[in-house]
Each structure stands twice: as C-alpha cells, then as structure tokens.
Design a binder for this molecule. Structure first.
Ligand code: SF4
Length: 216
C-alpha cells in the first residue's frame, strides 16, 4: 500500500514537472473531428505521425464522411495511404471500420471504449486515443513510448500494454489519464528515447528508478 501511495505521489510530481517542460502536449496527429482521428490513428500503426499527417492532408479532402471510406474503391484508397506502410491491410481496416460505423452507429464514431473496440482495426490503444483526444473522456494510451517509460520510471513491472494500462489507472488521477499519456509520449520522443535515454538532461530523473540509479 505504501508503495502505491509513493507511486501516486511520484506521478503527480512527474505531471507537474513535465507539464512545465512540454507546454503543448497535444497529440501530434492532425484531425478536425473524431472520424479523422480514428482514421489517422489506424494509419499510424508502424508509421510516424509526421508521415500520417502528410498523407491525411489530401486524404481528408477527398474522404470526409464514414460513407466515403465505406464505399471507396479499395485500390484507390490503397494508393492514397501507401506511404504509411502496410497499406493493403490498412485500407481494408479503414473500409471495414467505416462500414461498421454506418451499419451500427449511423456513421458516427461511438463514445465508449466498449463500442470502439468492436470496430475492425480498433484495439484499446486506439480507442483510448479517440476517447481522450476527440471526446475529452479520460483514457490511458499505452503505446510504445508509454510502455517503455512507465517501465523505466518504475510505475509498472508489466510488459503487456493492457496490464500496464490497468497499473497506470491505479496511480494516475483519472482526469489526467490522457494528459499523462501525451506527456510521456512527448518525453519519450525528445528525451527518454528508446536506444539511449538522455538521463543527464532529464528533469524527472530523481523520480525515475532507472535514472536515479545512474551515477552523477
Ligand atoms: S531519467 Fe532517463 S530513463 Fe528516467 S525518464 Fe528520464 S530519460 Fe528516461
């Protein structure tokens, strides 16, 4: 129990410190409505957000509604999203997902995790991205950065993203779930990078298990 209280305290401090460091912690994917964020998030699998944003500039001009994706010519859609990689599978996912949106949700993106994860191509990570960033409903997003950082910092020992999500839900205040995820993503991109974290420059080093074990 003491350990849990210590982790909660550490999380609060980390949020405070990183919020000062990272003034704009918004998600890097560009979107103007929940459907666009859903599409962009599906496209972002195994692809950088920068590349996805380049592709969606044109894509969202041609495909505006779920119906546009659902009724699209698959080969044309594949070509449009080709630079994001795995384009055949992604095109199928986009089409099937939007067909389901029309069939079951009148073409609208649903607002609950339970409904979102029933859509093709949508797992808990994508669902939480949508909830938090398009609807303002708190969700912890465990992507590769959040997975790596929460383990290094010592917030979890788990490896499975869903188990990490549940561990973080216990120690991060609910209203901060989305913000905290976004802060870790940005910190993971700039400082706590995968290969060689820049611990000497890290403002949360004293709150991090990995960083505090290093010498000065
Ligand atoms: S101290 Fe190092 S390992 Fe810990 S969060 Fe900072 S960069 Fe990452």
């Amino acid at each position: 129990m003491k350990k849990q209280e210590d982790l909660k305290k550490r999380v609060k401090e980390i949020i405070k410190i990183l919020s000062k460091e990272i003034s704009d912690s918004k998600i890097a994917l560009r979107f103007s409505n929940p459907l666009e964020l859903l599409i962009a998030t599906i496209l972002s699998a195994q692809c950088t957000d920068i590349k996805v944003n380049q592709v969606t500039v044109d894509l969202f001009k041609k495909y505006r509604l779920a119906k546009d994706f659902a009724e699209s010519n698959l080969a044309t859609l594949e070509e449009k999203i080709r630079p994001t990689g795995f384009y055949r599978n992604k095109a199928k996912s986009l089409q099937k997902c939007c067909q389901e949106l029309i069939k079951r949700f009148r073409g609208e993106v649903p607002k609950t995790l339970e409904e979102l994860v029933t859509l093709p191509g949508v797992g808990r990570k994508t669902a939480n991205v949508i909830l938090g960033n398009a609807f303002g409903i708190p969700g912890i997003v465990v992507d590769t950065h959040v997975q790596r950082l929460s383990r290094r910092i010592g917030l979890t020992k788990k490896e499975d993203p869903v188990k990490i999500e549940f561990d973080l839900m216990e120690i991060v205040p609910k209203e901060e779930w989305t913000h905290f995820s976004n802060l870790l993503v940005w910190h993971g991109r700039r400082t706590c990078v995968a290969r060689k974290p820049l611990c000497v420059k890290c403002p949360i080093r004293k709150r991090c298990d990995y960083g505090s074990k290093l010498g000065t």
